[in-house]
Design a protein around this ligand. Sequence first.
Ligand SMILES: [Ca+2]
Ligand SMILES: [Ca+2]
Length: 310
Amino acid sequence: MTTLRGKRGVALITAMLITALSGSLAAGLSWDNALDVRRTMAMLYRDQAIQVAVGSEGWVRKILKDDLANSENDHLGEIWATEIPALPIDAEAVQGTIYGKIEDLQGRFNINNLIDGDGEIDKPSFEQYERLLEALDLDVRLAGVTADWLDADQTASIPDGAEDDLYTGFTPAYRTANQPVTNVTELAALDGMDRQSFEILLPHVTALPGRTAINVNTATTAVLRSLGPNISLGDAEGLVQQREEGGFVDFSNVFAPLVAPELQQWIAETSNFFQLKAVVQIDTVRITLFTVLHRGGVEVAPILRSLGTI
Ligand SMILES: [Ca+2]
Ligand SMILES: [Ca+2]
């Protein structure tokens, strides 16, 4: 009798154990399954978000193309410069929001202007860059360091240069570009460029292919100051007031007495390079696409895309 009761007890405990085990196994499986679904959805939403962002380039290209057909200059009062609030994406398969902003990259200093066609430092542009750093209260030493990063040789500029022999001593070690760069984020790698300086400098610089002019209608106050040795903060603010939203009526006359003589040919009231920043949110997935667009002749073409925060 006792043995039979004992056997029943063991059977009951075994049955309870099996139920508990299969229960926890099922819970584990459904948790894994839920994670798998979530991961797959996130990947799907990310792909969709990128497609939507790239698709918005078509819209921007049309805006820039129409602008070229309808205006003689480029200024901040034009349609392309209007910031648009987030718009809903309401297609059958995709639900979310998109926010877009177009910026004129020729309102910024093109760091590739620092070197000439032979890969040597262009002195007038170098001095302009020094003035930009000064206007932003940044370390002027960064001018020499940036120029060395771009120039073809391995001879550190005096007094403020840095070439491979310095960077290869870093951990991890790396080398200078020694050629024009495609993305200003490379400046973050410069010796002496801390995060704070980089964030201050970033809105005022760009990396465009070849030599480009500054559009005085869209240039930042600091970039306007960089154009000549005697443009004070007050002068630059006065210029921004004067251009208002419609741009300068006669920019050549306004700037002739202010701009350094060698830079006169590098100021303009039109632009060929723009940047689209598109932020797309689908469900919990959010992506930011930056596209550099080149407007040459009547065509507007994307020349560089990057995903990220800058
Ligand atoms: Ca225009
Ligand atoms: Ca170099």
